[in-house]
Design a binder for this molecule. Structure first.
Ligand code: FAD
Length: 412
């Protein structure tokens, strides 16, 4: 049985950062990283952006060149899926192999939530989480004219934007009454809905779908239409589903780790099991930028910063997780950058005119800045960070005036 002083499960953003940070911190022990994908760690955001659009090759989205891992003595154990954890023996099982650990860092992210309706398993119904997913979609694009995208979150919207570049006819179905409903205020949702419609997308909100109609094809079932609950039939050559993820926590929860929708971790990213940490999309933590709410955050920032927190703790440092959340999304020529978490806001302030396609929305809770959404407004994004960090109460008149740089807005 192989043994690693630190064993990382999941070779994605969090796993890669954990290994990088360990070596940067001078950790000299052995490091193993088990991942069920066959590729070395790569960036996931481009999968619905530049990689999908053909603007960046796979080599250009690798988090580090392949040689890096060998040079840093990080043993990549790829193409293996961990299916068991024994916290007493300090051993994980992957297929028929066993791997011992001193410390375990669980970085397994999540898997795309799938539709449960008839036809959901057809061969041309795709999620977007892994390189394989996007390669499969790209491989079929030349024979595809009509695409139905299910889900008006970031991934669905980004994929729809790329598909219009390829000249595809796109219908986007969102079950709620607006896109981005879980993460943004109504003004931002309406702005993006209008943008997508202006680019020719048939974007429908409050869209209740019934099932996916399929026919038998040589390679299995093939979707031919999405049937709406009201009976309308939307003919389609491909369905792309972006309705969120389910955290990959099975073996850890089965081993006794506390958790539900994710693995519960404390401020050092420790799970309830001794010497086992969890970080990234799969980790439920209390976040001060959401008023202490217990949540999972699905972002590169969170994956990287939680990995750094776990590593600092392994290295004997007392540095609780307290990073300000940030995120971005690219759609058409619009770069959205978000700072903070808007959960629980009770007021918004608009800076600038959405018609100019450059503006910001400042989210407030009880008069204090908690978050910003900045569309093609990088200065506000950069300067707003300090206000989110300090929870600043700002002068409203000045805050509303986009001519006044955020860093110069006076306190209320
Ligand atoms: P992942 O990067 O998903 O890595 C987890 C790895 O663990 C995967 O390789 C998985 O296959 C593997 N694994 C799972 N279970 C096991 C197991 N039992 N055994 C072995 N291996 C296992 N975030 C942003 O901040 N900005 C964006 O613009 C953005 N865009 C995105 C676009 C897309 C299409 C997607 C899918 C995500 C996007 N995200 C974005 C989210 C971001 O990519 C994730 O938050 C980030 O990847 C989380 O890192 P992670 O390490 O927790 O999980």
């Amino acid at each position: 049985m192989s043994f690693y002083d630190v064993l990382i499960i999941g070779a994605g953003h969090a796993g890669a950062q954990a290994a990088i940070s360990l070596r940067q911190a001078g950790f000299e022990g052995t490091i193993g990283m088990i991942g069920d994908e066959t590729e070395p760690p790569y960036e996931r955001p481009p999968l619905s952006k530049e990689y999908f659009a053909g603007e960046r090759t796979f080599e250009r989205i690798l988090i580090r060149p392949l040689a890096f891992w060998g040079e840093r003595k990080v043993e990549l154990l790829l193409g293996r899926r961990v299916n068991g954890v024994d916290p007493l023996r300090k051993v994980v099982t992957a297929g028929d192999g066993e791997f011992g650990y001193g410390k375990l860092i669980w970085c397994t992210g999540g898997s795309p939530r799938t539709l449960t309706c008839n036809g959901a398993a057809a061969g041309n119904v795709h999620g977007i989480r892994r390189r394989d997913d996007v390669d499969a979609i790209m491989g079929k694009l030349s024979g595809t004219n009509h695409v139905t995208v299910i889900g008006g979150g970031y991934i669905g919207l980004e994929a729809a934007a790329v598909l219009t570049k390829f000249g595809k006819t796109v219908v986007l179905l969102e079950a709620l009454d607006r896109v981005l409903a879980r993460v943004a205020c109504e003004d931002l949702s309406r702005f993006y809905e209008a943008e997508h419609r202006a680019h020719g997308i048939d974007l429908r909100t409050s869209a209740k779908m019934g099932c996916i109609e399929v026919v038998d094809a040589l390679d299995g079932k093939r979707a031919t239409a999405v049937r709406m609950a009201d009976g309308e039939r939307i003919a389609t050559d491909m369905v792309i589903v972006g309705i969120g993820i389910v955290p990959e926590t099975g073996p850890l929860i089965a081993a006794g780790a506390a958790g539900g929708n994710g693995v519960d971790v404390d401020e050092y990213c420790r799970t309830s099991l001794s010497d086992i940490y969890a970080v990234g999309d799969c980790a439920t933590h209390s976040n001060r930028f959401a008023g202490g709410a217990h949540m999972r955050i699905e972002s590169v920032q969170n994956a990287n910063d939680q990995a750094k927190t776990a590593v600092a703790h392994i290295m004997g440092k007392d540095e609780p997780y307290d990073a300000v959340p940030w995120f971005w999304s690219n759609q058409y020529d619009l770069k959205l950058q978000t700072m903070g978490l808007s959960i629980g806001f009770d007021q918004t302030v608009l800076r600038g005119d959405p018609a100019t396609r450059s503006f910001s929305i400042v989210y407030l809770r009880r008069g204090k800045v908690i978050a910003l959404d900045c569309v093609n407004a990088v200065k506000d994004y950069v300067q707003g960070r300090a206000h989110v960090l300090s929870g600043a109460a700002l002068d409203f008149g000045q805050l509303r005036d986009p001519a006044i740089p955020l860093k110069e807005v006076k306190m209320a």
